[in-house]
Design a protein around this ligand. Structure first.
Ligand SMILES: N[C@@H](CCC(=O)N[C@@H](CS)C(=O)NCC(=O)O)C(=O)O
Length: 207
């Protein structure tokens, strides 16, 4: 399998899930800031939306949505139990978390990256509105992590890889996490997993 990723973006969650899976894969970095990166041209050709992740499977099929890649990799590495067994309520609950992270947390926190694209005069009000929404999701996440090691309780799932990456953006967005005690300890717990630490190192995110 080949994963095209951009360091620290949501595609890092796929990189973490692949590393956790123990499956053989190749991770190829795409530099969005370098217009002459040949992998950027390739990605734009493969995915007209121009977004990462892009996963090419061993039989040449393409997946380019985080959730689908998480679920595919978890299925392929069935022995690792990255997701609860299909057909169980726990499986649906894990998908519920993955969907929350993709549709709410990712879009809510990630929207703050767009503030600088607004007219300077309205940037403070745009930031305030978007930060309030992001904090609503972070507060929800914090409350749901109370007394738990991971979103599903004691077991790490792709939802944790994805939430970890998105919450990590808050340091670039100057969104303090200090009032979210459960999130703070959760972030340290996820970062300490060997597979996560390896991916952070490979992507140059430990500097
Ligand atoms: N719906 C996609 C969204 C993926 C997405 O938003 N990717 C962002 C990085 S987090 C991206 O590649 N953005 C392109 C850019 O920044 O130019 C998914 O969930 O996989």
């Amino acid at each position: 399998m080949k994963l095209y990723f951009s360091a620290g973006s949501c595609s890092t969650s796929c990189h973490i899930v692949l590393e956790e899976s123990g499956l053989k894969y190749e991770a190829i970095e795409v530099d969005f800031d370098n217009a002459s990166d040949p992998n950027l041209a390739l990605i734009n050709k493969l995915n007209p939306l121009g977004t990462l992740p892009v996963l090419i499977t061993d039989d040449g099929k393409q997946l380019d949505q985080n959730l689908a890649i998480h679920a595919y990799v978890a299925d392929k590495a069935a022995g690792k139990s990255l997701l609860p067994a299909q057909g169980t309520i726990e499986h649906a609950e894990a998908l519920n978390w993955m969907s929350f992270v993709a549709a709410d947390l990712h879009k809510g926190v990630g929207a703050l990256f767009s503030v600088s694209s607004f007219d300077k005069a309205i940037q403070p009000v745009v930031r305030k509105t978007l930060a309030a929404r992001a904090n609503e999701y972070l507060g929800y996440l914090d409350s749901k992590l109370a007394g738990k090691e991971y979103l599903m309780g004691k077991t790490f799932t792709p939802a944790d890889a994805y939430a970890f990456v998105v919450v990590g953006w808050t340091k670039w967005l100057e969104l303090p996490l200090t009032s979210y005690r459960n999130i703070e300890s959760y972030m340290a717990r996820v970062a300490a997993r060997p597979a996560v630490a390896k991916v952070l190192e490979v992507e140059g995110l430990l500097k």
